[in-house]
Design a protein. Structure first.
Lengths: 189, 189, 189, 189
DNA sequence: AATGAATGAGAATTCATTCAT
DNA sequence: AATGAATGAATTCTCATTCAT
């Protein structure tokens, strides 16, 4: 089935070249024509590979999530203690600060369009849930409450970058969280 | 068609009736015509009071921020210890969970439109900064790092409501934060 | 009848302060609200004195034509020969180059709006015809053909200022016309 | 809805059918929707070929200028002396009197819109300058002052058609100019 | 597989004029 | 005499999607 391989390969290649364009203009603002032009294909061709703007974006998210988890695993591999894992995780985020803010905004932007148009997007929800589980594993957090705590803090910090570019560094906040968690867990045992 | 005597009073009344409409459809999605119809006025009249959609939204944010701060002050008045203040704050947020999620989404939505159109919105930034300071006062947090920590967690939790409607309760997370902060502060002295 | 006097006086004062505003934005582009604001009155008041934008403009033209003819007469008073009159006339125009271009554009702009809206504007036509006759008198041109010739040249030169700001000076062209006319008239007698 | 094969060819065809519509209502007054309807296409299609009303008009001017210069050349081909060239030129203009008035008004109308909106239109200026040079060549006028003189007269006469429909004939004025120029040039040598 | 012409409803915003006060 | 709130049709331009080639 050589044709199938080609088709799928080309589709992934197109996806790989999409992120920056989405990030620059936002999900709602970018037009399919712009995407097509940026990719060097016609709108017709774009629609040949992705049946709609929505589908295109869903596949993009699936793709980037896979990649990010692989990278995160590599970064956390050598960390042993909880504090070390926290530190590594926050360092990873800090290093790709811009990238993660773009992702977050893109996801929210996408969500806004859907919210009033159709039912909540099931595909994206699944992708996010699976990612959440793997992150909890990576960090070695058992208590679901603590997982929510840590991930919410991260989300909030990323979002904070929207306006307060100077206020808080990820590393600093990561260290703070590490200390607090350590003290808290020691005490509660 | 009686002539409304007090321009400013009527402007505020219109503002007061805008929030739900914005919240329901989002900043980008709602049209000025829809807003006008919802308010029972013509588009011309709407533009008589607000020179653009952007201005209208800015004034709306200013208005709701005032109101929210007043309410928050009332809620935290009787709280004494840090843990109590945390608890009261998170209870306040939990009670108005939906409302705060709407606000957050609206602000992000608005931000997305501007991001690629013009320079960052100065007016909104000022409103948010002022609010942030008063919240820090209310919570009695001195260390800027801790302020960022707490507010980021709150933002993250609110945003978490977008997908994970069941996962975490604000009260629970507020209690957790209260404990962690108390232990942490005791230990660091 | 003190009221009448006041009314008419005030009307003329308003007129006198209108020209620059019209000139700056053009007849079509300027709004009645802008005119009102520029004059420091309400739109209602403006409509109290001028029943429509069209009427306002017609009266403005009538006013400025009166003034210009008086000034022109003063300038040409001392000129004796044809060449002298030509020279004086072109010097007068050159001195008020900007002003006359503004007038011309304003008249054309006004004309364009009307052209397809209603029948040709009778009032303006009369004003222009009367002015034309007085100018012919002033210049001392008897042959209607020559009057058309000279006035067309002037109009064309003024219009030329639209794009070719540097190309031709009025004085130069006036001198040229003076010479040509003199030679021509001498020869044809 | 067959697919038009040659984009550029179809674009020119659309242009060719635009002039009368612009002429009838004026640049400002005609709407893109009207133009689209008049051409039998959707507004979307119109914008597919011309990215804005401004662009559309610029291309229209470019087109008509090309055509007019070709026609003018054909008309003046056989003329030998200066007086003959003048006569031929004015006859050409007289024959297409209405057409040239429409052009002039259109250009002025267009100019008015731009004047207060943006910087002066470079494209139109270039088109006009090039045309001016070729006309000077055609008429065989060397002295720049005389070129300005003749072209201004023509512009003024065309503009005169706005109000004074009866007053002056182009042929008559052309003959007059021919005589004056001949006498003047003879004398000045 | 690939193209790009075609669609048309819908967006934000404007403005001369009216009229209750 | 003076005000300014109210109107609403009309403007330019956009864009996801389709489909003949």
């Amino acid at each position: 089935m050589p044709k199938i391989v080609d088709h799928d390969l080309y589709r992934k290649e197109l996806l790989g070249r999409c992120f920056d364009m989405f990030a620059e203009k936002g999900y709602a603002a970018i037009t399919m024509r712009e995407i097509a032009q940026g990719l060097g294909v016609s709108t017709g061709t774009l629609y040949h590979y992705f049946s709609s703007k929505e589908t295109l974006f869903e596949q993009l998210v699936e793709e980037w999530t896979q990649q990010d988890l692989l990278k995160a695993e590599a970064e956390l591999e050598s960390a042993q203690t909880l504090a070390e894992r926290m530190e590594a995780a926050f360092r990873f985020i800090a290093t790709n600060e811009d990238y993660f803010l773009k992702q977050t905004l893109l996801l929210i932007d996408f969500h806004q369009q859907q919210e009033h148009t159709a039912s909540h997007n099931e595909i994206l929800k699944q992708v996010c849930d699976r990612a959440r589980d793997r992150v909890a594993d990576l960090l070695g957090l058992k208590d679901p409450k603590l997982v929510v705590f840590v991930l919410s803090l991260i989300d909030g910090l990323i979002l904070g970058r929207l306006y307060n570019e100077e206020v808080a560094s990820f590393e600093e906040q990561g260290a703070l969280l590490g200390k607090m968690l350590t003290v808290y867990l020691e005490q509660s045992t």
